[in-house]
Design a binder for this molecule. Sequence first.
Ligand code: CP
Length: 306
Amino acid sequence: MLKNRNLINADDFNVEEINEILNLAEEIIKSPSDFSNLCNGKILGTLFFEPSTRTRLSFESAIHRLGGDCIGFSESASSSTSKGESLADTIRTVSNYTDIIAMRNPKEGSAVLASSYAEVPLINAGDGGHQHPTQTLTDLLTIWMTKKRLNNMTIGLCGDLKFGRTVHSLIKAMSRYENNKFVLISPEELQVPDYIKIFLKSKNIEFKEVEKMEDVIGELDILYMTRVQRERFFNEADYVRLKDSYILDNDKMKLASDDLAVLHPLPRVNEIATEVDSDPRAVYFKQVRYGVIVRMALILKLLGVR
Ligand code: CP
């Protein structure tokens, strides 16, 4: 039962619950007009203490497409946080104005703290370098719609695997489906944190770490590209040295299989050349569309409307 639940971590929902959301998302894709009034009278709060284009606007688009309304802010400076109000008091307050809240906050662990004060379902829309579970739902829907399966795949993740919260969540999510293996492509300084490697080893899931994309791109069913996360570096010189470690271009795509799917949570900086956008294997703009659909499905489930 998903009604009235929070979504803080990618593994808060079991596989059956995730599949329920993906199935509902597929229903929405087939017949969007059947869903256009289901949230009449419902209000979503979007509390964004950190910048966002896709996550905030896709939540807002989702509630509008369901017939509901939306209130919120897009930066701390325009909220009473700038006057020193605590997160707990902000959440207690907004619980009186809304039926469901989506929150992004740069502090790791802020979402779980906020959920302990919320009187309505709370969705973590990104908490620092920790988790971004609705991006994971978006990624799962994209893989499902592109490949028609979530198992038996070799998944390459490339770029900033250290700070990329979407990477950590996706590895955990795809580990729950049978026979997936991972190829982790990054410079040494940006490898996935040890806790992810310990997790994979504890589940006997096959993975390898490599530095050169060209050596492995031909083995992959999915290539998940990520940007180097400038805002999480302590040192600008390190960012400048590492920012262009990987640039996927048409020459590298020639080494890949015909049914590779290239995903990227976006925003993109330099890591995918724009010439790749017209390659049918590039699905990152379809992924943006699936991000709205899957958030519609999630809102419906958490509000208990479906
Ligand atoms: N993918 C993603 O989280 O994008 P935004 O930072 O624009 O929300």
